[in-house]
Design a protein around this ligand. Structure first.
Ligand code: CMP
Length: 139
């Protein structure tokens, strides 16, 4: 079924000039861009976006990383796009992400306090609805 997902190009991706490459891969796969906005994330927004990670050891560094520069937020639509984008992105840690994926091809396998993995994609229909509401309340 057609679905929507929230994708973020994280500050490492924007900073390294990889926004266009991420968009290219999304569009080449046949997904449709529904909304796109570059912005600076606030602590309030990230607290809600990453509510499930509150209290984890990487939470502080994660929020700091996500505020280290602008992010590009996208709503992407397509057939089974939630799983499909996660497959395009590859596994969380670029160290082990498969070649052919965004993180596998472009992610730097450096040991840092937070996995700097270029992109975020919603992990379920429930997360997608919640995250799209947070980042694009008008949609
Ligand atoms: P994301 O898909 O945005 O969801 C949570 C983020 O936290 C994740 O991508 C990584 O950037 C980061 N992350 C997840 N697990 C860890 C971990 N074990 N150590 C450090 N950072 C992590």
């Amino acid at each position: 079924a057609a679905q929507r997902t929230l994708v973020l190009v994280k500050p490492d991706g924007v900073g390294r000039g990889l926004t266009g490459e991420v968009l290219r891969r999304i569009e080449a796969k046949g997904y449709r861009l529904v909304a796109l906005d570059m912005r600076e994330a606030t602590t309030e927004l990230l607290e809600q976006h990453y509510a499930e990670h509150l209290g984890k050891p990487f939470y502080g560094p994660l929020v700091e990383f996500m505020m280290s520069g602008p992010v590009v937020a996208l709503v992407v639509e397509g057939h089974e796009v939630i799983a499909g984008f996660r497959s395009l992105a590859g596994t969380t840690d670029p160290t082990s992400a498969a070649p052919g994926t965004i993180r596998g091809d472009l992610g730097r396998a450096w040991g840092t306090a937070v996995v700097q993995n270029l992109v975020h994609g919603s992990d379920s229909p429930e997360s997608a609805a919640r995250e799209i509401g947070l980042w694009f309340p008008a949609l």
